[in-house]
Design a binder for this molecule. Structure first.
Ligand code: TPP
Length: 330
């Protein structure tokens, strides 16, 4: 019998079902956050919707015990795979004291959690690329064989920090994977006003690194590319640039109205290329998922989302006297 695509990649049925469930969990948490925002309960959402396949496919190809991740604000799927819990993500959305990322101080999406090897990022986009190069240099000097996996959007590849980090990583052959989540917009600026090359991975050759562009709505394609990049990094072949092409299903954030710069048609087309629907179809066609199992997974995910919401809603805010905690030396 012919092997299915995931079997050829060495992934079991259980593993792809787990990937699917995590994609669905990221989506449902994100959708709940929009509802909570519109209900006036949480201040801000910056969405992973449309990016789930790239995020979860990539994170699955990494080693959670060894590798460091430097995610950007949309990467709920990446941090879920690395161990941040739905409760913790909701605590962050509600800006509650026990938010592991910042104790409720930062906007949601500023992920950072030491125990799960999630490196705190800064608000200026692309600053995480030189950080990843530095972490990879440290790992190389210590002979740790760990990879630094860093993500950013297409617009962020035009920042100086991207160039400096990519160039430094390539010159020193550092174990870095730079993954671009190209949703073809930087807030309202479309791709054609951002860069003139065909693919963003074309830039890899200029740095002397391996680069590839893959369908970011297909978790298996992204898994394969990031796995290859990780193997290269561990074999001392230096950094890689993986471009995932996907669609931003929502507005840039809960503070943006994309109707002013995208047509309704374009938004509908983006929704029609939903990575969760296409992965569900793949799993059905390959006999891994059926209606009953799908319902079971959806019920479990919704229960998790409801519990996380309730937990975070009831959780306490930080005490006023804690405002300066971690700001100055204690
Ligand atoms: C250095 C810097 N300039 C501007 C901003 C404001 N800003 C926040 S997100 C964003 C758009 C980034 O677009 P892209 O990198 O394509 O990522 P996307 O949000 O589309 O996933 C901008 C301009 C910022 N945070 N940092």
């Amino acid at each position: 019998m012919n092997k299915s695509r995931h079997e050829k990649l060495g992934l079991s049925d259980k593993q792809v079902l787990d990937m699917y469930e995590t994609m669905l969990l990221a989506r449902k948490l994100d959708e709940r956050m929009w509802l909570l925002n519109r209900a006036g309960k949480i201040p801000f959402v910056i969405s992973c919707q449309g990016h789930e396949a790239a995020q979860i496919g990539a994170a699955y190809a990494l080693d959670k015990e060894r590798d460091y991740i430097l995610p950007y604000y949309r990467d709920m799927g990446v941090v879920l795979v690395f161990g941040m819990t739905p409760e913790e993500l909701m605590l962050s959305a509600y800006a509650k004291a026990d938010d592991p990322n910042s104790g409720g101080r930062q906007m949601p999406g500023h992920f950072g959690q030491r125990k799960n090897r999630i490196v705190t990022g800064s608000s200026p986009v692309s600053t995480q690329i030189p950080h990843a190069a530095g972490i990879a240099l440290g790992a190389k000097l210590e002979g740790k064989n760990s990879v630094a996996f860093v993500t950013l959007g297409d617009g962020s590849t035009n920042q100086g920090d991207f160039h400096e980090g990519a160039n430094f990583a390539a010159v020193h052959k550092l174990p870095v994977i730079i993954m671009v989540e190209n949703n073809k917009y930087a807030i309202s600026t479309p791709a054609e006003k951002q860069f003139a090359c065909k693919n963003l991975s074309d830039r890899a050759v200029g740095y002397g690194m391996w680069g590839v562009t893959v369908d970011g709505t297909d978790p298996l394609a992204v898994y394969e590319a990031v796995r290859q990049a990780a193997m290269r990094a561990r074999d001392g072949e230096g950094p890689s640039l993986v471009e995932t092409v996907l669609h931003r299903i929502t507005a840039h954030s809960s503070d943006d109205d994309d109707r002013s710069y995208r047509t309704r048609d374009e938004i509908e087309q983006a929704r029609a290329m939903d990575p969760i629907a296409s992965f569900r179809k793949y799993l059905f066609e390959n006999g891994v998922l059926d209606e009953r199992k799908d319902q079971e997974i959806t019920d479990r995910v919704m229960k998790t989302v409801n519990n996380a919401t309730e937990y975070a809603e009831k959780a306490p805010y930080a005490k006023p006297e804690d405002a300066l905690k971690h700001v100055y030396y204690e």
